[in-house]
Design a protein around this ligand. Structure first.
Ligand SMILES: Cc1ncc(COP(=O)(O)O)c(C=O)c1O
Length: 396
């Protein structure tokens, strides 16, 4: 047996030839390797999209867990589509629970949708820059990711319309309409309507990934993308509002798509944890619990954002960025600076960020970086930005 395996070893002794094409094609990233150093003691990380642990509602989660575990069935296997109680809560009084599928975070919803929608060679439109996890989940199917630029109003739907008229034929368009990761942009109301009209005309699915919609700090909410359209599947999660460790997300969309996703989910993980579904069900099912929790969360994150903006204005006058009305990220341009090179020296200086090229599909985003204002302690925000400014000055 050992002898047979030897023939699969490469020079470094790895059995890579046994890996599937899909596994071998999976992106491994130099930036991800560099960002491992962001975890080193003393490094202030503006890199990850981690919600603030200080704001986790630990006592409420504990109490909900206690109640949930008072019923033995909470520890039993559950349905692949999710618990009936939670789905009814997530659908809301006017929604249809049968169209809701509970997922293990919205990352799993992206993976499931990739599995059931995309064959190798199919086209899928993504924003450029694009959330790395979506690029990985959707790209690992062998589908061709087609990047469409955006601006402060989100995905450029005029440009999409031109490309569709020229023969682009995507099965789906992926969009983070509220406080995009990484750009922070909100898709403007007119563009939401146009995207829905294009989906209905050309027959593609809109995958609307919405982890940040509840985290609005200023301005007025914009209507959902295609609220009544059968071409939209909407992904939501408790990761940014309650806690990501619960791994509870959900999607709602047309029956044919939800049915196929449930079949795919059966082979992926049978079902999302019954324990964390029950915890989330108790929290969200309690009258006004979420509203009260969000009422504490929003001003806290707003102050984090404002602290970062103030520090950038003071220490990094060359930085170009818009102030997002919500979410967790500032998308910053440093003219003339290669931010991937900058990251190495920034980590030495004691601060980490994600370089723009990590999010690039087709564009050159080497002068951009994403800064998260969610994780670093507010009192350390100016130190972190100071260090960033110091490494920029050294790179000049
Ligand atoms: C745009 C976007 N989609 C999906 C996810 C994954 O969220 P979850 O923890 O629900 O899997 C993230 C997490 O950062 C995200 O930013």
């Amino acid at each position: 047996m050992a002898r047979a395996l030897v023939s699969h070893l490469d020079e470094s002794g790895q059995m890579h030839e046994l890996l599937s094409h899909r596994a071998r094609a999976a992106e491994s990233s130099a930036i991800r390797d560099l960002l491992r150093h962001a975890e080193a003691p003393g490094v202030l990380s503006l890199a990850g999209g981690l919600p603030s642990a200080a704001m986790f509602p630990v006592a409420d989660v504990k109490q909900a867990a206690d109640c949930a575990l008072s019923e033995r069935s909470t520890l039993q296997y559950g349905l692949s589509e999710g618990s009936a109680d939670l789905r009814a809560i997530l659908a809301g009084p006017d929604g249809d629970p049968s169209r809701v599928v509970v997922t293990t975070g919205s990352q799993q919803a992206l993976d499931l949708l990739g599995r059931v929608l995309l064959d190798p060679g199919d086209q899928i439109v993504v924003p450029d820059p694009c959330y790395v996890g979506a690029r990985q989940a959707l790209g690992s199917t062998g589908a061709v990711l087609v990047g469409v630029d955006g601006d402060v109003d989100g995905l450029d739907t005029d440009s999409l319309a031109d490309r569709l008229a020229d023969g682009l034929s995507p099965k789906a368009v992926y969009v983070v309409a509220n406080f995009d990761n990484p750009s922070g942009a909100v898709l403007a109301a007119g563009r939401r309507r146009m995207l829905t009209a294009l989906a209905e005309r050309y027959g593609f699915v809109i995958i609307e990934d919405d982890p940040y919609g509840a985290l609005r700090y200023d301005g007025t909410p914009v209507d959902d993308v295609g609220p009544a359209s059968d071409n939209v599947v909407r992904l939501r999660t408790v990761s940014k509002t309650i806690a990501p460790g619960l791994r509870v997300g959900w999607m709602s969309g047309p029956d044919w798509l939800m049915d196929a996703a449930v079949v795919a989910k059966q082979s992926v993980d049978l079902h999302t944890s019954t324990v964390t579904q029950a915890i989330v069900g108790r929290l969200l099912g309690e009258n006004e619990w979420l509203d009260n929790h969000l009422a504490g969360l929003r001003p806290w994150y707003r102050a984090q954002r404002d602290a970062m903006v103030e520090a950038l204005d003071t220490d990094l006058a060359d930085a170009e960025f818009g102030v997002p009305e919500g979410g967790m990220f500032l998308w910053v341009r440093l003219p003339g600076v290669d931010t991937t090179t900058l990251l190495r020296s920034a980590i030495e200086t004691g601060v980490a960020f994600v370089p723009g090229s990590a999010f690039a599909v087709d564009r050159n985003l080497s002068e951009y970086l994403r800064l998260s204002f969610a994780t670093v302690d507010r009192c350390e925000m100016s130190v972190a930005v100071d260090r960033l400014a110091e490494s920029v000055a050294r790179a000049a």
